[in-house]
Design a protein around this ligand. Structure first.
Ligand code: C2O
Length: 558
């Protein structure tokens, strides 16, 4: 297979949005960063030159990294950061994966601006009809802060409060005309009438799940997290941070005199805390004549005059009903060519709570959390602390310092999701770096139980190094004597990030067939910062082909 090489220079760049210029951390001066396009089976080499004074790492979100866990990227989990002025080349092969994933910095809150699309062309033709036009222009949602994200993160750590909400949502880095000074910072996708397009949608927002719709158009979901699905027609999509969704869109509507249709993204959130409840819009522009020629000059297309009405098919912000109907409509293709490899039996079940916790404020400090306390977050009441050296290295070199492999496999006490204020119970989270260790080939089930009263919202839980199958989901408490009998073991959706419903649970199954150390965490950055994370170690198997490859010689050390 060919080797595709890419160069990522991590550097500051002045970027102007919302009436002001700000220095933004970028890759190659681009915001969003460059799109990586490869073919299934390719070897990939990305050389990251860190040209700033901060540490950095890059994570290839959704790439399985079979036996190459060293290249996964989360700081202090699989590698030490790439220090100021240093370089590191990520090397991996993309095996048996096709579709849209993405990459982002996995150090601190850098992914606020250090992210981009990662497109894997399939070896075989698309299994859906008709074969779509591929503009290969991803639609990446993000969040823009006027303030430095580093300062926001520091403030959270110091005072234990929540982050300030962002100042805009963005489509491909552009807020759109509903925000101040943003008319020319508007995403416009040019299309020809009467064609079917493949849109590659990525949610790179730091802290917000989003609804997305295109006025008058139906979307047909055909792939989620780089796995084909049964084609599912929907008026809108719900997408959590970390997820990707490929949809087909057919340009079969009659436009008005502007030839434009509004596309819009806004949060799906029922949080009681303040958050950015604004909406980003862009446009789909129908163009028929000289399309090929005009493609080159797409920047000259300008925004139609206001007023802008939002798509009627865009769900209201608190529409949990829509979110659940949408998620329940997603099914694996489960065809002869693309079989569903869900484990029908399991070797181990881990049930873990997902909680926001409170902690007493240190003496003489003013905390900005809730009831004058600090926020924490935890899984099974373990608030994850990132170690000071890479866990993979610690494990591989058998150093075993500061690592415990005894992450509790059950919640510490009975929990009851019936409306009792659990704030007092949530005061006793423990700090640590705890992981679950499983032998190679373990068929693992993880039940993720939300217990979160403080900030009721979905939690997008992301698993590194493995895809999993979402076999069940429900509201209230998971009941191990009843719920598993309703699991979908025929065509459950396969993905890498699952939305655990607010006040409910999700059950996922995976084949632990990738040796290494793998991070599991909430993809809402604020929650990861508070400790909503754990990890699991998959041991080497008996055959050499089931062992993690040796670390690269240039791997950064701590
Ligand atoms: Cu997209 Cu651990 O991250």
């Amino acid at each position: 297979p060919p080797t595709r090489q890419f160069l990522f220079n991590v550097e500051w760049k002045n970027v102007r949005r919302l009436c002001q210029t700000k220095s933004l951390l970028t890759v190659n001066g681009k915001y969003p960063g460059p799109t990586i396009i490869i073919h299934e089976g390719d070897n990939v080499q990305v050389t990251v030159n860190n040209r700033v004074a901060e540490n950095t790492t890059i994570h290839w979100h959704g790439i399985r990294q079979l036996r190459t866990g060293w290249a996964d990227g989360p700081a202090y989990i699989t590698q030490c950061p790439i220090g100021a002025g240093k370089s590191y080349t990520y090397k991996f092969t993309v095996i048996d994966q096709r579709g849209t994933v993405w990459w982002h910095s996995h150090f601190s809150w850098q992914r606020a601006s250090v992210y981009g699309a990662f497109i894997i062309y399939p070896r075989m033709p698309y299994p859906f009809i008709p074969t779509p036009v591929r503009p290969d222009i991803p639609i990446i949602f993000g969040e823009w802060w006027d303030e430095e994200v580093e300062a926001i993160e520091n403030d959270m750590m110091l005072y234990g409060g929540g982050p300030n909400s962002s100042d805009a949502y963005t489509i491909n880095g552009l807020p759109g005309p509903l925000y101040p000074c943003s008319n020319k910072d508007t995403f416009i996708q040019r299309v020809e009438p009467g064609k079917t397009y493949l849109l590659r949608i990525i949610n790179a927002a730091l802290n917000s799940e989003l609804f997305f719709a295109v006025a008058n158009h139906t979307l047909t979901v055909v792939e989620i997290d780089a796995v084909y699905t049964k084609p599912f027609e929907t008026s809108a999509i719900m997408i959590t941070p970390g997820q990707t969704t490929n949809v087909l869109l057919t340009t079969n509507q009659i436009p008005d005199s502007t030839n434009m249709f509004v596309m819009a993204a806004r949060p799906y959130l029922t949080s009681v805390f303040p958050f950015d409840n604004s909406t980003t819009i862009g446009f789909l522009k129908y163009e028929s004549s000289n399309f090929e020629k005009k493609k080159q000059t797409s920047m000259l297309v300008s925004v139609p005059p206001p007023p802008y009405s939002l798509p009627q098919n865009l769900p209201p912000m608190e529409d949990t009903g829509f979110a659940m109907r949408f998620l329940n409509g997603l099914r694996s293709l489960a065809s002869a060519e693309y079989p569903c490899r869900v484990p029908k039996k399991i070797d181990k079940r881990v049930v873990t709570t997902i909680s926001l916790n409170l902690q007493d404020c240190p003496p003489n400090q003013r905390c900005k959390g809730y009831r004058d306390k600090r926020f924490l977050a935890s899984m099974n009441n373990q608030s994850f602390i990132r170690p000071s050296r890479s866990i993979l290295e610690t494990y591989y070199k058998k150093l075993r310092v500061g690592l415990s492999l005894n992450f509790p496999e059950k919640p510490p006490h009975e929990f009851n999701y019936t409306g009792v204020d659990p704030v007092t119970e949530n005061m006793n989270a423990e700090f640590g770096t705890k992981l679950v260790k499983v032998p190679y080939g373990t068929r693992l089930e993880i039940v993720l139980q939300d217990t979160n009263f403080l900030n009721p919202e979905n939690h997008p839980i992301h698993v590194h190094g493995h895809n999993f199958f979402v076999v069940g989901r429900g509201f209230g408490n998971f009941d191990s004597s009843k719920d598993p009998s309703y699991y979908n073991l025929v065509d459950p959706p396969e993905r890498n990030t699952v939305a655990v419903p607010m006040g409910g649970w999700a059950a996922i199954r995976l084949n632990a067939d990738n040796p290494g150390v793998w991070f599991i965490h909430c993809h809402l950055e604020e929650h990861t910062t508070w400790g909503l994370a754990m990890g699991f170690i998959v041991e080497n198997g008996p055959k050499p082909s089931q062992c993690v490859l040796p670390p690269p010689s240039d791997l950064p050390s701590c």
